[in-house]
Design a protein around this ligand. Structure first.
Ligand SMILES: [Zn+2]
Length: 306
């Protein structure tokens, strides 16, 4: 998210002019809101499953995801923190132009609070079946459970690989068919894209996806959360640990050092695409195991959270 969200097309010119005139004032309000929200996010720390299941998702998921993500850049995975103020302004102006009642949001999980030493390795996208086969080989050889968030457009490229993934008991979650930024899409379009991802995956592999969604780029907001819930998915899965494997400039050692930062209940973000991921995977697995961790799928992790 290097650039701010475009202004909603539905804002009439007159309204847009008014918004422009008051943009400075709105921005001040947004600054104050950001300060208040940042405080509340810091108090709340990383949302846990148990907390989020009994408490509404914080009103500012944009701020929450920024706070929950570990420090350090992850090129290739644009972040909402690129300009949270712009996004808050956009949210305020959009809301003023066309107030819309939102349904209940999907819960957003970054990590599951548990005393058990478990971590969930997750692999997104799928644009390199060659890397995917190496990843699956390693996981099977090491008897490691894991979860894949796939864009089914890539399942066409190697259905046999994805049938193996389904047959081997790995969990597969919805990452949308086209990997578009959901914050730029209508609720109807979001629902259609999620349905297409799940339908194509089932048609090509014969296996059903787990009822979990990871929004592309981790990009979501209150409106997206409501659209995902309305589409039939109650849970969005983000992450609290990133390997940074989409960065071509980082060494394998640096990627490993990032990927092994998980704690009990952590969700580790990696990808099925970069050539580095299969290279670092065995070392990542070995590091967690040496410290007494075991590996679970996301559905298993969610079950541990009660
Ligand atoms: Zn992705």
């Amino acid at each position: 998210m290097a650039t701010p969200a475009p202004a909603p097309r539905t804002i009439a010119p007159a309204v847009r002019a008014t918004v422009s005139r008051h943009r400075r004032g709105v921005r001040l309000i947004a600054v104050a809101s950001a300060i208040v929200l940042a405080g509340s996010v810091m108090q709340a720390s990383v949302p846990s499953l148990s907390a989020s299941s009994s408490r509404p998702v914080p009103a500012a998921p944009v701020a929450a995801i920024s706070a929950a993500q570990p420090a350090g850049p992850t090129p290739g995975q644009p972040r909402l923190r690129a300009d949270p103020l712009e996004r808050l302004v956009a949210a305020v102006t959009a809301g003023g132009a066309r107030p819309q009642p939102l349904g209940p949001p999907a819960r957003v999980v970054y990590r599951v609070k548990t005393s058990q030493k478990v971590v969930a390795l997750t692999f997104d996208d799928g644009w390199s079946p060659a890397a995917g086969r190496l990843i699956v080989d390693t996981l099977l050889r090491e008897h490691v459970a894991a979860t894949f968030f796939v864009n089914a457009r890539y399942v066409h490229w190697d259905p046999a690989l994805w049938r193996t993934i389904g047959a081997s008991g790995f969990a597969v979650g919805n990452h949308t068919y086209d990997h578009r930024d959901l914050t730029t899409m209508s609720a109807t379009a979001i629902a259609a894209d999620l349905a297409k991802d799940a339908d194509v995956f089932r048609q090509l592999t014969g296996y059903a996806m787990a009822p979990i969604v990871r929004p592309p780029y981790g990009a979501h907001n209150r409106r997206v959360d409501a659209a995902i819930r309305a589409a039939g998915y109650s849970t969005e899965i983000l992450w609290d640990v990133v390997a940074g494997d989409t960065s071509a400039s980082r060494s394998d050692a640096a990627l490993i050092a990032s990927a092994i930062q998980g704690r009990a209940g952590s969700i580790v973000l990696m990808h099925m695409g970069p050539s580095s991921t299969p290279r670092i995977l065995a070392a990542v697995i070995a590091s967690y195991r040496a410290r007494g961790f075991r590996f679970v799928t996301i559905p298993e992790l969610l079950a541990l959270g009660g």
